[in-house]
Design a protein around this ligand. Sequence first.
Ligand code: GLV
Ligand code: MG
Length: 325
Amino acid sequence: MSFFAIDQATARLNRSELAVPGSQPSMFEKAAQSDVDVIFLDLEDAVAPDEKEQARKNIIRALNDIDWGSKTMSVRINGLDTHYMYRDVVDVVEQAGERLDLIMIPKVGTAADVYAVDMMVTQIEDAMGYKNRIGFEHIIETALGMQNVSEIAAASKRNESLHFGVADYAASTRARTTIIGGVNPDYSVLTDPDHGANRATHWGDMWHYALARMVVAARANGLRPIDGPFGDFQDPEGYKAAAKRAAVLGCEGKWAIHPSQIALANEVMSPSEAEVTKAQRILVAMSEAETAGKGAVSLDGRLIDYASIRQAEVMVEKARQIAAA
Ligand code: GLV
Ligand code: MG
């Protein structure tokens, strides 16, 4: 292990994260009653310019008045290139900062963007005398943000998570995309012809590089990597396939842009009973091995060693968080 210690961000369950437009207060109660882990009330792209001010008021009232239970609450502010952003931060943090766990910063491009919001939030928190510190979640959704993802991830002690915003990322990189978070059949591999001249087409995941790059930056800075939206909410199988790919790469959660996607995210992002049982058996086997003076043993015909312990501990800890939720 490197001598460099990675501080882990505040631990939160973040299997599912529901996007709720701030301009649609009729959706708030249902969101509060849902099984989602994190809710972000949106002031950015789901809200039309004419509705921004009212949406801000709706969000402030809702944060103060609705019983959100133990849900983690976030607000997605407008981008730093808009004149809405400063008022989003000032009004929401001043008037509802006590029930706000996180601020979601969209289209973050540089570490200086994070610094600017951190400075504002710090001043407001100090002036208001808040005890809790609000955390940051950053959407990596531009070419600039992806280029600077490591610096962004390290830019503030408030940072908790990085989110892959596939829709804006596609726009920014001018990727040829079909639906939000979906795949494009043109991104495929054609197998060599066999003797019968048969060739198969294997679809690829055009988002693999971007997601994997974000996961590395998040984990190297102790943050949660979270996969963003999947636009076709009539396609639960497509959603689950995307969520599974993200989970395999190390993501802890995925957005839900429709309430029907919450259960899918929670299912895919929770370890199965079999996985947890296996992890517990690995911990027992390794502890016995250690007592016997061995660093590696076999379990069910497979080698396990100290790296297996670390993986198993992560799994058991996740199961504990879910049970406690
Ligand atoms: C999310 O904001 C996205 O652009 O995908
Ligand atoms: Mg976006």
